[in-house]
Design a binder for this molecule. Structure first.
Ligand code: ACO
Length: 326
């Protein structure tokens, strides 16, 4: 059976690390609160001149090198981001230019934290329609630029980084098995960036009112994230014809350790089958899952033939899960 398979994955995180102790000097918070409520100890912050397209380019370059593929061989570039270099053009186009991927068409996916899973699923459809295609899926975020550094309820949560995966057709049973993607746009204002779009174009007023920063109803988001990520895991297992005992490793979106723990307990998964690196990076939105998978490969936590589930939840609301055989 032909499947779309991730043949390589890379990631990039900026050099600068912002610890909880550093944050104590910026807002009224403390390491104990952040650690207990979120599981985050530190996050990486991009340089002022380091753009999402630069971080995405670095992650993509690593994935290309690992797969031994030339940029000219890429047919499609998809980029999950909500913090792209510009509103237009798409960050995917900038990454295409930086890579010199002259034969690719490129576009962005605005699905917040679910951007990577949505991207993999779209890539799969292109590959199943034409098994000669090579697709690059990038997730890159500079959330530090859209963070209100005076709001302790949000600024402790986020970080910057990028991940990138190359997908091709495979006929050895490995690759994407099933996906389950959902959206509820009625809840669009639970996490949002109110200013800068057509509804509230940038003006002195929007800047004064800090409308160019993320706002979030944290408690409500927490509850929905737990419920919808559990739903996603359960559905994708059914679609894959797997039980939870078949799964070697689950990669949840890294938004809050308590969200991950609640899901793990509800679906009754052992701790060592749930990948966690939120302590080092915080929530890098679309990039958390590819960074996690890339790190898991580097530390030999997944191997060929393993059954894997990726699950996410983000602004929109968007959520979903994807199952694959590595
Ligand atoms: N340091 C110290 N105290 C704080 C901080 C802080 N950084 N932030 C909030 N508090 C205080 C609050 O003011 C409140 O004080 P009060 O009781 O005197 O009013 C108290 O801590 C408890 O606040 P809660 O908001 O109830 O804390 P909670 O345990 O719910 O944790 C959090 C808040 C971490 C934001 C949690 O709700 C959460 O993780 N929500 C989900 C976030 C998420 O997943 N977002 C996804 C976004 S992804 C995307 O698409 C970009």
């Amino acid at each position: 059976m032909n499947r779309a398979k991730i043949i390589s994955i890379g990631h990039y995180t900026p050099k600068k690390i912002l610890t909880n102790t550093d944050l104590e000097k910026m807002v009224d918070t403390n390491d104990e609160w952040i650690t207990q409520r979120t599981g985050i100890k530190e996050r990486h912050i991009a340089r002022i001149d380091e753009m999402p397209s630069d971080m995405g380019y670095e992650a993509a370059k690593e994935a290309l090198e690992k797969a031994n593929i030339n940029p000219e061989d890429i047919d499609i570039i998809l980029c999950g981001t909500v913090s792209g270099d510009y509103i237009t053009p798409a960050t995917a186009c900038l990454i295409q230019a930086k890579l010199g991927a002259k034969n690719a068409f490129a576009f962005d996916i605005s699905a917040a934290c679910s951007g990577f899973i949505y991207g993999l699923s779209i890539a799969e459809k292109f590959i199943l329609a034409d098994n000669t295609k090579t697709v690059l899926v990038v997730a890159t975020e500079k959330i530090s630029n859209i963070t209100n550094w005076e709001d302790r309820a949000t600024c402790v949560l986020f970080g910057d980084g990028a991940g990138a995966a190359i997908l091709k057709s495979s006929n050895d049973n490995s690759g994407i098995v099933a996906s389950y993607l959902k959206t509820d746009g009625d809840l669009y204002d639970y996490i949002m960036l109110p200013g800068g779009g057509s509804k509230n174009p940038a003006s002195l007023e929007t800047v004064k009112n800090k409308q160019h920063y993320l706002t979030m109803k944290g408690n409500e988001v927490f509850k929905y994230a737990v419920t919808k990520m559990i739903e996603s895991v359960e559905k994708v297992l059914v679609h894959s014809n797997w039980t939870k005992d078949d799964v070697n490793m689950i990669f949840p979106h890294q938004a809050n350790i308590r969200i991950i723990d609640s899901i793990r307990k509800k679906i009754n998964f052992d701790k060592d089958r749930v990948f966690i690196n939120i302590n080092k990076y915080g929530n890098t939105s679309a990039a958390t899952i590819p960074i996690a998978v890339s790190e898991a490969l580097q530390s030999n936590k997944i191997k060929a033939g393993d059954k894997i589930v990726l699950v996410s939840f983000g602004s929109g609301f968007t959520w979903g899960a994807l199952s694959l055989i590595w």
